[in-house]
Design a protein around this ligand. Sequence first.
Ligand SMILES: C[S@@+](CC[C@H](N)C(=O)[O-])C[C@H]1O[C@@H](n2cnc3c(N)ncnc32)[C@H](O)[C@@H]1O
Length: 198
Amino acid sequence: MKGIGGFYAENASCPHGLGGRLVLSLMSMLHRPFWRWALRSLPAASSILDIGGGSGGTLRILGSRFPQASLTLIDPSPVSISAAGRNRRIRAVQGRCEALPFDDESFDLIILLDSVYYIDITIAFPEVLRVLKPGGMVVVGFEATDPDAVPRWAADNGVVVRRPEDIAKEMEGAGIDVHLVERGQRAWARIVGVRRMC
Ligand SMILES: C[S@@+](CC[C@H](N)C(=O)[O-])C[C@H]1O[C@@H](n2cnc3c(N)ncnc32)[C@H](O)[C@@H]1O
């Protein structure tokens, strides 16, 4: 039997159907304090990409902070795309982080909040680097719980929890300079990286 944990994990990894809409709404409420923590003190940005952005709540926060910025969201789930696309300011694109359908050097801020568990980071970070402008910033935020204690219902739905330091090393390997690795309340973690100017 799938259980509540399995239902949640399945729809968090790729929201689908009515359950997906429900889980997206839940995440929009429950993740808000984490979003605010992970997105605090960022420099002004003019072109922002949210990878695995779900219903677009994070982009709404950044959009009100930076009223002139263009807002793009990418997510493989059609349910996420239709929820995020309801905001006329957000360009919602269906796709995956491992093959970003954007030109080189398109964005000056890229965020991945609570989506890194589902992503093949060895393929994804070179893609993130490619679409990031020189000097642009990447913010990765997630719950850094014990990688060896991922519940079965989460692991069965593709959740891979990595240590922040291991993700930072992968970012550095891709050519993203890591400026900050920090932890907040609960198991919150945030990694901030910048693409070298040359
Ligand atoms: C837990 S939700 C997080 C949504 C939102 N960022 C938030 O903080 O509430 C994870 C999202 O990542 C998306 N996702 C899963 N695999 C992905 C991939 N390979 N590339 C981009 N997004 C992915 C899922 O469809 C889902 O919308």
